[in-house]
Design a protein around this ligand. Sequence first.
Ligand SMILES: [Zn+2]
Length: 421
Amino acid sequence: MALIPNKYRYHALVHAPVWLICLALLWPVSLEPEVLEADQATPRIVDYQKHLPRSFKKRRRKSTRFVVLHSTESGLRSALRTLSRRGHSNYLVARNGTIYRILNKQYRSHHAGLSMWNGLRDISSHSIGIELVGYHNDPFTASQYESLKWLIEVMQRVYKIPDHHVLEHYRVAYGRPNQWVKRPHRGRKKDPGVFNFSRARAGLDSKDPRNSILYDPDVRAGRLIPDPDIDIARVRLVDRGRYDAEVAQLSENVITRRNSAWRIARGEYNEATTVYRFPNGTVMRGNQIRNWDRIPVGTVVFLNRDRTEDVKSVTATVPVIEQGTTAFDIAGPAYKRSDTYYIFPRGTIKHGRQVRRWSRIPPGTRVLVHYNAPVALNSAGLQAVKRNDTVFLVPRSEVVVAANVPDTSQLNSGTLVFTKK
Ligand SMILES: [Zn+2]
């Protein structure tokens, strides 16, 4: 009371209970005040809990022994939407380092699914979930690591969690036997990425052997069989060249003899959100596929396509002249116009008025009808690059529709951009 000037003292005393109630009301939305430190920059925290549906029931966890780290496998907007819908995380760390509080830290968020660590199951009931905006095979930003490190330290201090109890989702998730793996197994999940997420950059540098991603108490005890990616991670220690080659192969979302639907989509291979585009252009969702032995080599797998628009976008392709079809079949009377572009299989570009021998157009030539002349990626406006019907000609003559490029900032700088007129 010494801080209150005399003339207000009586007033403050009378209202003390009101003050206390106000404080109690403020408490749940305060920014982890018990652990703020002066020497460390506090990341921006956005309380996003008002976006949880009214029907969402907040429940306390059984215990808090772990922190589990995830990657959203989607952009910020879609992640905020899907995580808030069911309180599927406690925190979300955006690419710029902003932390979104999806669900207050004391409540159970359903983030780990079918999971086990050291014989303990249902890890969501014993852990805090933190999501990083990004993909399991795409590096996280420096700002993300900074904010994550801060957030992990806060959680470790509040709940007395050691480094080796801060675990990646792929390490705690397990899968039931399926078409490809006949026993309960690790590897149901890939996030936040065996070859991508750095424990050291997140401040998890304890020398305890249990702090290594190679440590798995359930595989050791024979309860589960190991994640195949962990085997590759071990290769790194003995043969760097072979390791790099194997990791490069894994980054492709195309089915080959060695890269099965399970290797690509893991536990989500047969879900509605996993979309398969067959070489003939047919598109199917994972839950529509019956015969997994018949998936043709060359099928492209798209993950996390939960909305119909997302599925439509994977079908977006540039028309191609095939054996037996002509330019007229695709472009109609516009085939000779200067705003109809032909991209030949080797990457040469001509417009309709530059083509001389129409009978000699090779199969595999792409046709863009009613497009502007191509410009270099760095001189194309962001607006144009983001339009779904924009087409990119990536070096080595690969043609892609913008709708199929989740992150245009990753495009090679030698890319040419065609925008629809
Ligand atoms: Zn996850």
